[in-house]
Design a protein around this ligand. Sequence first.
Ligand code: LLP
Length: 372
Amino acid sequence: MRTPFYQYDLGILENTLKSIEECTQLHSNWHVHYAIKANANPLLLKHIKEYGLGIDCVSGGEIQVAMDNGFPASSIVFAGVGKADWEIDLALKAGILCFNVESEAELDVIAERCSALGKTAHIAFRVNPDVDAHTHANITTGKAENKFGIEIPMLLPIIRKAIDNPCFIFEGLHFHIGSQILDMEPYRLLCQKVNALQDHLENEGIKVNSINVGGGLGIDYVNPEQNPVPDFKQYFSIFESDLKLRPGQQLHFELGRAVVAQCGRLVTKVLYVKQGTIKKFAIVDAGFTELIRPALYGAHHKIVNLTSKGELQKYDVVGPICESSDVFGKDEMLPETHRGDLIALLSAGAYGEVMSSQYNCRPLPPAEAGKF
Ligand code: LLP
């Protein structure tokens, strides 16, 4: 067996998609766009498409992959602070649902490309709501100091500029406050901000067709086996109760991690067990090239030994890469571990495979469907 590899349990993905469907099906004006940045593996995209989700993209490459996997352009929204001209052209030619525009400078360039190509663009503005998502600093996006979106005090003249330009069809407002959010309070705050902004724009005579509240719902990295499906009910009910939509308004969501994290795991083999003076190391054949979240964010993915059932012992589980940050877990209690044992790093379906790299000239690992 070639290791390491990503393994996807499509049954877990199905259950997750069913739960999303149950929570949203009564709202014909709600649209869930899967944030394809979390995982673009065709095995998963096939199921996600079958459940009728649209796609949220942040690059031309993602737009291309989404379309290659059968998602209609009319289901694609496109965010990102640095859209290159070729990416804008690709999106305009494809006829995507909406550009989530992040600055006035970007608006000007989209107008230029619309004129050059003889196209019109549906646009929403990504608003920086200055809401603290209380998550890891590297994955907080909706605070004033973050690079994302347009700050509320600067918004009105930019909206007017878009409305005055026949290249554009102004659709509405887009927000995304961060990722791995488990406390629902920031979403309530977001709803309040959206409500206030809607009142303000209404007073200014501006009609908003759609509100996009982004994604960010977190998952249980501590007990993934007990909680394979996130609490979508709690999440969606906040928007049901706290967001004041106007008649006819469409509401968009962009969930990534919550859709795919728990259906994926990284399976790796123990190469060596090494006894130091104070530590015992289980050295595995996967490293941060296959799962960078621990090294990049200090994240912890639950580690299980799939082979051994022996007595619990303490190990630092580390990868083979020549960097001290190539560590998956310190002082992990695992059954007595031997060379050749298979180890799984759980909850790796989101931001695992897509963030893999070939550092140290390592080959990219394969992926397969399987049952956990
Ligand atoms: N919409 C926008 C505009 C985004 O920037 C993101 C994620 C999402 C939606 C989806 O967020 P989610 O539902 O997956 O939280 N690599 C990091 C996460 C980065 C998220 C970036 N933006 C990690 O591994 O934790």
